[in-house]
Ligand binder design. Structure first.
Ligand SMILES: Cc1ncc(COP(=O)(O)O)c(C=O)c1O
Length: 377
């Protein structure tokens, strides 16, 4: 029997959130769901399987290794590498049937060589940098020539041109609108030159929720599919169902005297006599950050308590006060729901001065994932 700490992922929530995406974008756009970073911590293989069942068109990955793991698990959907690869990775991209995103001629040339060697025509995306400032070809100086060149290569099959938003989640949408205008200008010019690109794509979750002009032919929502609004203001926020909760259980209890200190650095002193102190087997090695020491809420018996003392590598302590009747084995929720109470991931992210993406991705490999489908009878 493993220790009780686990990340519980509700696939029904992901199914529901995909429905929210579909309602927002309408029937036409294709869906690319990012399952990179182990599906933002939710488990790439089960999420990819669910996406396949639900008719998602493509999946997004970050590395060749992620693609290989999905192929080995039998996932047949197109797997799009959303970042740049090195020319040295081209052969592996072709042999695993992955789709590279191209931003430069060297990778394109390496992919053409790998495609010739394999005797295959390989699908590719092209990224245009309309304002993210990372990878992607420049929308004015290079894009038209690069897209035309890629579209004309017999070894490659240009499937989509895409771009990414750095701040579509901010209330001031002027820069996002300018980015859409830049990509649309590229599209008009290459189409006028007779180049046909099947799909144009811009929308991440923020744009799916709040920027309909960016929906185009293919949307790429990630965080909202996992149930977390891309920003507190996002219009879709209330409709989403968070998929992950982080759970553990009390493994040890003791009653202590007032003044007893808990944990490393003795940063917490129990204020009342006969307080019940619970030890819970989760720590920073599980991705439960040390910066949550003495700050983060936890749920026990449907009530909110607070981490008391430092988060150590494998354990935390919680002062339950003198009146608690908690028992060893009682469930502890670090984020998620317990009875009527909830600790939203956004609250943990706020305490850590970060975003929900980092919290769910940060739940470490040591924490076993368990998948349920709350809608299944
Ligand atoms: C290229 C690209 N498209 C789409 C997404 C999904 O973004 P979000 O999770 O904010 O919807 C990402 C996420 O990092 C990305 O890198």
């Amino acid at each position: 029997m493993p220790r009780p700490t686990q990340a519980l992922v509700d696939l029904a929530a992901i199914r529901h959130n995909l429905g929210v995406v579909r309602r927002l974008v309408g029937p036409a756009p294709k869906l690319l769901i990012p399952v990179k970073a182990d599906a933002y911590g939710h488990g790439a293989v089960p999420v990819a399987r669910l996406c396949e069942q639900l008719g998602v068109d493509l999946l997004g990955i970050a590395t060749v290794e992620e693609g290989l793991a999905l192929r080995e698990a039998g996932i047949g959907l197109p797997l799009i590498l959303l970042g740049n690869i090195l020319p040295t990775e081209a052969a592996a991209v072709v042999s695993h049937g992955l789709t590279a995103s191209l931003s430069d001629a060297d990778v394109a040339a390496a992919l053409c060589r790998a495609a010739r060697q394999a005797g295959q025509r390989v699908p590719v995306f092209v990224e245009v940098d309309t304002g993210m400032g990372r990878v992607g070809v420049h929308p004015c100086e290079q894009a038209d020539r690069f897209i035309t060149d890629i579209a004309g290569r017999p070894e490659l099959l240009l499937q989509a041109v895409f771009s990414h938003f750095p701040c579509a989640d901010e209330p001031d949408a002027r820069f996002a609108h300018e980015q859409v205008r830049r990509l649309q200008a590229v599209r008009s010019r290459v189409e006028a030159a007779g180049v046909r690109v099947p799909l144009w794509s811009m929308a991440n979750s923020s744009a799916v929720c709040d920027l309909p002009t960016a929906h185009l032919d293919l949307v790429r929502p990630g965080i909202m599919v996992y149930g977390y609004p891309p920003s507190p203001e996002a219009r879709c926020g209330a409709d989403l169902r968070p998929a992950m909760s982080l759970r553990s259980a009390i493994v040890f209890l003791k009653r202590v005297r007032r003044g007893t200190s808990l944990g490393y650095g003795r940063t917490y002193e129990v204020p009342v006599d006969q307080s019940l102190v619970a030890t819970v087997p989760i720590g920073y090695a599980d991705g439960y950050a040390r910066a949550l020491s003495n700050r983060a809420p936890v749920l026990i018996g449907g009530r909110r308590y607070r981490v008391s003392g430092r988060v150590s590598m494998d354990q935390i302590t919680v002062d339950l006060g003198p009146d608690s009747q908690a028992q060893v084995g009682d469930e502890v929720v670090l984020f998620g729901q317990q009875g009527p109470s909830t600790v939203p991931v956004s609250e943990i992210a706020g305490l850590l001065d970060t975003i929900v993406y980092e919290v769910t991705c940060g739940v470490s490999r040591r924490v076993p994932r368990a998948w349920i489908d709350a809608d299944e009878p």
